[in-house]
Each structure stands twice: as structure tokens, then as C-alpha cells.
Design a protein around this ligand. Sequence first.
Ligand code: NAI
Ligand code: MG
Length: 355
Amino acid sequence: MKIAVLPGDGIGPEVTAQALRVLEALSLPGLTLFEGDVGAVAYRRHGHPLPPETLEMARAADAVLFGAVGDFSCDDLPRHLRPEQAILGLRAELTLFANLRPAAGFPGLEDLSPLKPEIARGIDLLVVRELNGDVYFGDKGERDSAGGREGWDAMSYNEAEVRRIAHTAFRAAQKRRKKLTSVDKANVLETSRIWRETVIEIAAEYPDVELEHMYVDNAAMQMCRSPGQFDTIVTGNLFGDILSDQASAVVGSIGLLASASLGERQTEFGTFGLYEPIHGSAPDIAGQGKANPVAAVLSLAMLLRHSLGREEEANRVERAVAQVLASETRGGDLGGTASTSEIGDAIVSTLLTIS
Ligand code: NAI
Ligand code: MG
């Protein structure tokens, strides 16, 4: 089993170090780690945020554990050299089309949610966001018009793109509470009409999953009114970007939430994927031991589950994190005083008590 570890810049290396300690504590046999440069670190050392050797390392691995990129000192660089190009480049080059973002309330942290505790307690959902299409990758540009400069970004989805993400979402729903909400804007958008018709076609292969359709504006409203109604949500790149951020906000802190970006490639152990916290490189707190490593540790748990077929170890890591969060050991983002490494210590020692 080969894991490419790409810590990145800012708090990326700090939180990734704690995830690696947790991995080490699991003592998995036959595991090899490779470490590569991405983001500002890679730009300084190699002149590019995603050097070819890093990309090759990622391609050759069974999974990628990614920290974060986005050092503000690179703000004056042209767009193609900015640190964020590393993560965008990896998603595109490795055809990681399915972004999975679980959002669930943690016992003991309900008070941190902007929602009422009794509503926050019911949150346990998964957003499956399409990651390789939509306005992000469509034709775009700028032209002169009677109204001055005009920009455009074309939104498009073809059936093949919708089918592959729909399969991912139905399979994910099957492993959860078997309810799938497909979010679109089919009352106005042609893209969404194709999306909806294709999702309905794929649904025939998953009779055990209950499918519902929801317009994106309603979904945004329902996400804060009664998020407990959602199990698995599938949606396009743009709607998914917004809804998954909203879903993570209702849980409490950005330092808690993990994500997986999966492709189609199957390895000997599972599905190839890239795993990262949903937060960025947080330059405001980098180097101060203030970053919460929980999102990075939970990203590792997703890696174990999806790419290495280690469900049991993934569950152990998640249980250890839940126990630590329910205890006094909390970082500044959760109103506590524990440092990054103290939270790591607590997770590792708790993990060793769970069989
Ligand atoms: P951010 O997620 O880095 O930080 C937002 C706020 O949350 C900050 O106040 C930060 O201190 C706090 N925060 C984030 N992670 C935390 C953690 N683990 N523990 C405690 N507090 C935490 O988002 P921001 O500030 O908008 O972006 C910073 C840089 O990161 C930008 O250059 C942005 O482009 C980049 N970015 C990179 C991503 C990636 O690598 N996938 C994702 C999002 C942003
Ligand atoms: Mg976003």
C-alpha cells in the first residue's frame, strides 16, 4: 500500500503531521509513505506549485493524503503559479470527479453550531459533489458589450458525467440510510434537466435507495431549517461547492471536517483517491500550534476506508476522535486551549485504548 503525503504550506504540514502519527499508531503492515512538495513550498523549491515529480508520485500511489495550500505571501503571483493551482491541478490530472464531504454533529459540540442544539444534534449527511465539470471547466471569457465588459462561464454536463457521479452517490447512499436527494435547478436550467433525467435513469439500478429531487434554492433553505432530513445529497460542481460549505458550517468548526475526492481507478485495495481537510492553509494561525488537526485525522480515516479497504481501522480512528472531542481536550477553534500536538497526543492515546 503506497500513500503519497503532500503536506503543502501554512497549517498543512502541522495538521498532516498529526494524521501521520495516528497512521503510525495503527501499525498497518505493508505500508510505504512517499512525501512530496505542493503549494508555496513547491513553488519556492521547484518554481511550480505542482511539480511533475509530485504529480507522478501521486499517480503511482494508492491514495494521496493532502494537507492544505494557499500561503498569502504568494498573493502577487500570477494565477497559474499560485499555491491553489496544486489542488486544482491534482483534481483535474487525476480525474477525481467525486468529492465526498460528510457532515455530522459531534456529541458534546452541539452548542458550537449556529443552529439550535436540538436541530444540530440531528445532522448526519454526506454531500457528493461532482468535481470535474460545470461552470468551473466550461467555456469562459470576456468580451465587449453594449453594457460594458461582459464575462461568461458556460455551464454544461453530459450524460456520461452525470452517470458516473450518480453511481457514486447511489452506492454511498446504499451504505448509509438509503435516501438520496439530487439537487438541481431543473425548472430553469437545461443542464439540470439532463442531470435530473439521467439520475432518474440510474435510479432504476438502485431500487433499494429512495430518490428525491430538490431545487438548489430550496435545498439551501432546508439545510439550515432542518438538515436532519438529509442523508446523501448529489449535486453538480457549483451547487455542491456552496451547499457543502453550508453543510460544514452547521456542524460548528471548519477544523473538524474531512473530504475525499475519488476517481474511477480501482487499486488492489480500493478506489484511488485524494483526502484533505476542507479548510485551507490558514496563514493567520500557521506555525503557532493553534490548528485543529481533527479534519486531517478524519481525512486519514476516509483514506483508510475508501482507498485501503481498512474499514475497521477507519472506524477506530473516528471513534477515537469522537471520544477526544467529547472530552476536555479541544483546540482554540472549539473554545479550548489544547495545541495541535496535544490534540494529536490525545487522539493517539485514545486510539490505543480502542480495539
Ligand atoms: P482557511 O480555511 O484557511 O481559514 C479560514 C479561517 O478558519 C481562518 O481564520 C483560520 O484560522 C481558521 N481555520 C482553518 N482551519 C483551521 C483549523 N484546522 N484549526 C483552527 N482554525 C482553522 O480559509 P481562508 O482563510 O479563506 O484561506 C486561506 C488560504 O487557503 C487561501 O489562500 C485559500 O485560497 C486557501 N485554501 C486552500 C484550500 C485547499 O488547500 N484545499 C481550501 C480552502 C482555501
Ligand atoms: Mg468552497
